[in-house]
Write a protein that binds this ligand. Structure first.
Ligand SMILES: O=C(O)CCC(=O)C(=O)O
Length: 329
């Protein structure tokens, strides 16, 4: 059984475990939030016991020097009108060759070293590191990349974007599915103009659990009557059934190295289990429209949000030094 098939209740604090209430704020850290959240995914009961596909660690590519990397991360990546329209219609887009293999080699090595420090606890888990940019100059260079922030702003069609947070994700060998969700349920930001840039740090074949997207920004309306349940996998299962019954196309394709996806706050997405022997590492960075406020009533699904915008209270504009404007037209 994968770790995330264990009971969801065990990941909750006593306060959350004893009531079905979702309106209370989360009271543990972001890693614990992911532990709980991943436990809400449906997995095959014997998924954890199946033999893993032997996949060697990704081959390192020649790495750029500091100046070359800075140039790559700041130069615009031109979007065609068709690509912009695709994002606005489907709620996501996968773009190839956004980052070079050498730049990604550098970032993977850096994140691997950080995850290595907690390797004794990782097991089959979904490892999460956040706000790495505050301490790590290389991560900061990617998170503050004008190339990426500009793409987010252009796809969202907003004048300026701020940073919500960075999230290093290591889906460990044997870790199960990521449940169906949309980020508008996760982020306590009172606008839908939010975009997450999901950067694979190695190729992601089907067997490693690529991020998969339900096509259509309006899918959220098709499933809005399905109640979220904090204790079991019913929400994930019912969303999956609804998408299937309504014939919604789901893009579960693999990612090449250098391919990056951008998804809107309302995009429904999931990810498969990691059935390989190599951790599936990703940097996911979220940007939101400058001027947005915190929602009036943050809840447990918003996770450790106060860590990402310290001192901002519900209803207030988000403009702390941890949420800098990273691109402005
Ligand atoms: O990496 C995953 O499996 C999930 C990530 C995700 O849902 C996100 O970045 O919005």
């Amino acid at each position: 059984m994968p770790d995330n098939a264990k009971s969801s209740q065990q990941y909750l604090s006593a306060n959350h475990a004893q009531s079905t209430e979702i309106g209370l704020e989360w009271d543990q850290d972001n890693q614990q939030w992911w532990e709980w959240y991943m436990s809400l995914a449906e997995n095959e009961s014997d998924a954890g016991e199946k033999p893993r596909i032997d996949l060697p660690e990704p081959m390192p590519h020649p790495t750029p020097d500091r100046a070359t990397l800075a140039q790559e991360l700041s130069q615009p990546f031109h979007l065609s009108q068709t690509q912009v329209e695709y994002f606005r219609c489907h709620g996501y887009i996968k773009l190839k060759s956004v980052l070079s293999p050498g730049a990604l080699t550098l970032l993977r090595q850096e994140l691997a070293a950080m995850f290595q420090q907690q390797s004794d606890q990782l097991g089959h888990r979904f490892g999460s590191l956040e706000m790495m940019w505050e301490q790590n100059q290389l991560v900061r260079a990617f998170v503050f990349s004008t190339r990426l922030a500009r793409l987010a702003a252009e796809l969202l069609d907003v004048a300026a974007v701020r940073l919500y947070h960075d999230n290093g994700l290591s889906k460990q060998p044997g870790c199960g599915r990521t449940p169906w969700h949309y980020d508008g349920h996760h982020f306590p930001i009172a606008t839908q103009n939010v975009c997450t840039v999901w950067i694979p740090l190695q190729e992601i074949p089907d067997s490693m659990g690529p991020l998969g997207f339900a096509q259509g920004l309006d899918v959220v309306e098709l499933v809005e009557d399905i109640p979220f349940n904090k204790f079991d996998t019913s929400y994930d299962r019912r969303v999956n059934e609804r998408l299937r019954d309504r014939g919604i196309e789901v893009d579960l394709g693999p990612f090449e190295l250098g391919e990056v996806s951008f998804h809107h706050n309302l995009s429904f997405h999931t990810a498969g289990p990691n059935r390989t022997t190599t951790p599936r590492m990703v940097l996911a960075t979220t940007y939101f429209e400058d001027g947005a406020r915190v929602i009036d009533a943050p809840h447990m699904v918003n996770g450790d949000w106060r860590r990402f915008m310290p001192g901002v209270e519900p209803g207030q504009v988000i403009n702390t030094p941890l949420n800098p404007v990273l691109f402005s037209q």
